[in-house]
Design a protein around this ligand. Sequence first.
Ligand code: C5P
Length: 226
Amino acid sequence: TGDAPAAGMAVTITAGPTREPLDPVRYLSNHSSGKMGYALAEAAAALGARVTLISGPVNLPCPAGVARLEVETALEMHEAAMRLAEQSDLFIGCAAVADYRAEQAAEHKIKKVEGEEGLTLRLVKNPDIIASVAALPEARRPFVVGFAAETRDLAAYARDKLTRKRLDMIVANDVSREGLGFGADDNAALVLWREAARQEKASPEGDALAEEELAPQTKSRLAMAV
Ligand code: C5P
């Protein structure tokens, strides 16, 4: 219908940062506000989709009509994403997932050691959530949209991520631009997608890429445009 172009579509969106515990009182995280992912969830719901937001810890209310699953760590987000992705038509990875976690979170608070100037933490890689979703067998695989926050060579890095993670579409934004991106209310983006997306016969590397530049605007308007 005209009002609800996404009626009945099942959409899963990851948003916000993840939080990786070091000990019972400390963690590794990043400055993701979750605003872009939440704006996408709101836009998809307004277009008639059934939306589930898998959210890391943020200070935002759950948009009306959206189901929210709250997680903390990348492993929890990965588990929730793999469970929901197979029943989704569209999966959008907007979360700023921590690349690494502590190999083993300490059971008790890590204490300062007298006479030691340094402390070495052993980190291990977290799973790449969106790449795991994109690697699902075709019959159970949603259309996969990723984000790329870059400070230079936007188009080249975005193209590389789209290919490497086998995404169908990527929304790239330059986070070094004043007032845009991380934590801000506004964003601008370069959107790249495979012309032959979902046609498995064409090699992912061989697909022609289409692109569209979206001018700076509020994250709500940008979410609608995407
Ligand atoms: O590699 P990079 O982190 O820049 O890629 C960004 C894209 O990959 C985003 O869509 C982000 O949500 C997703 N991602 C993910 N799991 C990770 C790292 C990134 O889903 N462990």
